[in-house]
Design a protein around this ligand. Structure first.
Ligand code: MTE
Length: 316
């Protein structure tokens, strides 16, 4: 298999995210009125589409070498595009990520519909290398580009009644052909307790390997919660709702005995049909030695206090 690894990108070559995400609007305006002055003067001539400007956050990053771009973008779970690992890369081209609107509702002072550009504009991007641990007992090391979810949520001024946050993926079977099959009760829904959502590790990803997220990885914006199983990391988000009651997440609704709300990575609590004690790192060969799974995916020091006094076998 060919291993494609994007070359290191020089800062001078990078299109700032606000330029990239705004480009369509600028081009439309320029075409409509000959408003060439609107085009960003400082846009680097060599920038390839989709390159992002970001800083590295080493504090929260694992030092393990990341998986190849090829693995990260061809071995996916995104049931809206099929249930095989190779389906999303093959089928996600039908998803249109521009224009994109996110609806914010529920227990917050600021609610409404927001264009993607307005969601992203105020947030400087950083790279964080996180281990994604799937509930299926495999993992990958992924260099995400994005920003802390807390910084976004605070802009909506959640009220004291906001105990949870619920996220929804786009529901449009025309763009997401897998939604024609009742594998799950669409749209895909996930949720976090508000303190989990506000934790500095909880991340909104808009890119991977320095480039805009490919559709199969959840473009244009997805959640990443590194101490939880991968199914919490909901893709292609169109709705954020602050709630008083615990949201019903899709996998819990589908199989309540197998998938809980919390979904914290825990080697001591097995899935009813397989062990969670070890995991297989993708890209190291099928017969490579399995690794022991770490409590909270290695982030116990940062997040264990969120669950003090809770029975993690019951709240799995
Ligand atoms: N989000 C949506 N909307 N639909 C999905 O099927 N799969 C989840 C999660 N987010 C899923 C989703 C699961 S099970 C995992 S392991 C991760 O996405 C996989 O993310 P990746 O494909 O970028 O590695």
């Amino acid at each position: 298999m060919s291993k494609y690894r994007p070359r290191r990108i020089l800062p001078s070559e990078i299109t700032p995210p606000e330029v990239f995400f705004d480009r369509r609007r600028l081009l439309a305006a320029a075409l409509a009125g000959g408003a060439s002055a609107l085009l960003p003067a400082a846009e680097p001539s060599q920038a390839q589409p989709g390159q992002l400007r970001y800083t590295r956050n080493t504090r929260y990053s694992t030092s393990e070498p990341p998986n190849d771009y090829e693995d990260i973008t061809n071995y996916n779970n995104f049931y809206e595009f099929g249930t095989e690992k190779s389906d999303p890369a093959r089928n996600a081209g039908s998803l249109r990520t521009h224009p994109w609107t996110v609806t914010v509702s529920g227990e917050a002072e600021v609610t409404g519909q927001f264009a993607l550009e307005d969601i992203l504009k105020p947030h400087p991007l950083e790279e964080r290398i996180y281990r994604l641990r799937c509930v299926e007992a495999w993992s990958m090391i992924i260099p995400w580009v994005g920003f802390p979810l807390a910084d976004l949520l605070k802009r909506f001024k959640p009220t004291s009644k906001a105990k949870y946050v619920e996220f929804r993926t786009l529901h449009d079977p025309k763009q997401m052909p897998g939604q024609r099959f009742r594998v799950l009760d669409w749209p895909y829904v996930e949720g976090l307790r508000i303190d989990e959502a506000m934790h500095p590790l909880t991340f909104i990803a808009v890119g991977v390997y320095g480039r805009v997220l490919p559709n199969q990885n959840g473009a244009p914006l997805r959640l990443v919660v590194p101490w939880k199983y991968g199914f919490k990391s909901i893709k292609s988000i169109v709705s954020i709702r602050f709630t008083e009651k615990q949201p019903l997440n899709s996998w819990h609704v589908a199989q309540p005995d197998e998938y809980g709300f919390y979904a914290n990575v825990n080697p001591n609590v097995d899935h009813p049909r397989w062990s969670q004690a070890t995991e297989r790192l993708i890209g190291r060969g099928f017969f490579a030695k399995r690794q022991p799974t770490l409590m909270f995916n290695g982030y116990a020091e940062e997040v264990a206090h969120l669950y003090s006094g809770m029975d993690l076998r019951r709240y799995f």
